[in-house]
Design a protein around this ligand. Sequence first.
Ligand code: ZN
Length: 131
Amino acid sequence: MEVITVKTSRRIQMIDITAEVESVVRKSGIQNGIVVVFIPHTTAAITVNENADPSVKHDLEEFSKELVPHNWRWTHGEGNSDSHFKSSMFGPSLTLIVENGRIALGTWQGIIFAEFDGPRTRKVWIQVIGA
Ligand code: ZN
């Protein structure tokens, strides 16, 4: 397993980590198979979405705040229940196809790390498995 570090700078923040994950796949030498990307945190997540127009990441950040408000009737004492909820909404892992040494993604797709309780230093666990 490879581990990469992501430093976030805002409470809610979408960060494109496609290049970092591609680099792990390249280093593995595996040409065809799958790559599993897992987030070992309860207030962050991972997703695939558009990485061409930055307004998409901005909208994901802003609407997630509206959809799951920080101030609600949460009971969890740490004051970050909205972060836990957002983390579960987006999910902790991705399984992607590796083909000819590259991650198979649609033209506009990128791998996006979703921070929901930043700023923090986060880990991303990556395992590349040959077919
Ligand atoms: Zn908590």
